[in-house]
Write a protein that binds this ligand. Structure first.
Ligand SMILES: Nc1ncnc2c1ncn2[C@@H]1O[C@H](COP(=O)(O)OP(=O)(O)OP(=O)(O)O)[C@@H](O)[C@H]1O
Length: 259
């Protein structure tokens, strides 16, 4: 990463006001300015209702801005909806059921995601042996038996396997930006730790640019080169690189006492 490389993501004065003109009017994202360079891995903390999902929603395009701009790879995508941003952004949600089609097999789901955002004639619709071998190599890296279940309907997988599959599907095309929305929160501690480990490896090996919301302060400290805390729709704290490495759990706990 060089200082001169163009940012992957820029939020300029990003603001979301809901219920405008009514007594329930509320600013849920408040003039946020935020830049991510290629390879940045940002962990996102904040109390319930702080605005973390709103922050990811405006980046993904599932929530329109009231004012401000979103740029991805230097392109102004403010007016593009979620579907029109899918060739740039992948997202993994907390709920293992969100990312996969339950009646399709693991291999079929992978084939579908491999074709996402690409001109369809460039990626074969056929599930060839070579494709399946390639998928097996990919999912074997998740270390949870998914490689043995390529022909199993996704609805029959365990929550951990299904979430691991969602993660592979989200990263298979190496998106410009990866959004992880508490993607391990619904898993037991061991399964969650395993998925976080492979998440971190994949982000580093593929040099992905990623944002990860978590409520786990230790995970937020352990992973990524940057950490932000969102409160009342604003980024109230940020630490990066050596400053982030020097942060301790108590610093974060002290910060949260203020809210
Ligand atoms: N479409 C909407 N209309 C009205 N209010 C909304 C909308 N989306 C979010 N909010 C409100 O905006 C605030 C921020 O919500 P958001 O879901 O971004 O918080 P969060 O930090 O992700 O919380 P949690 O940790 O509980 O998931 C909350 O008060 C929420 O009720």
């Amino acid at each position: 990463m060089t200082e001169s490389s163009s940012p992957i993501l820029e939020l300029i004065d990003a603001t979301v006001i809901v219920n405008q003109g009514t007594p329930n009017e509320k600013t849920i994202l408040d003039h946020v300015n935020f830049v991510m360079q290629a390879g940045d891995f940002v962990t996102v903390l904040g109390s319930n209702g702080a605005g973390k999902s709103t922050f990811l929603n405006v980046i993904a395009g599932s929530l329109p801005l009231s004012s401000g701009q979103v740029l991805i790879n230097g392109q102004d995508v403010t007016k593009l909806n979620e579907i029109k941003r899918t060739h740039l952004i992948s997202r993994v949600f907390q709920d293992p059921k969100m990312g996969t089609a339950p009646r399709m097999t693991v291999a079929e789901n992978l084939l579908l995601s491999a074709r996402r955002g690409k001109r369809h004639r460039l990626v074969s619709r056929k599930l060839t042996k070579a494709k399946k071998d390639q998928f097996k190599t990919l999912v074997d890296q998740m270390g949870n038996g998914l490689g043995q279940r390529l022909d199993v309907a996704t609805g029959q997988l365990s929550g951990g396997q299904r979430q691991a599959l969602s993660f592979v599907m989200a990263t298979i095309t190496k998106p410009a930006l990866l959004l992880l929305d508490e993607h391990t929160a619904a898993l037991d501690p061991k399964t969650s730790a395993q998925l976080l480990k492979v998440t971190n490896e994949r982000i580093h090996v593929d040099q992905l640019t990623a944002l990860m919301i978590t409520h786990n302060l230790e995970d937020a400290l352990k992973f990524g080169n940057r950490l932000i805390i969102i409160n009342a729709g604003r980024i109230e704290f940020e630490a990066r690189d050596q400053d982030k490495e020097r942060l301790h759990l108590n610093d974060l706990l002290d910060h949260f006492k203020k809210y």
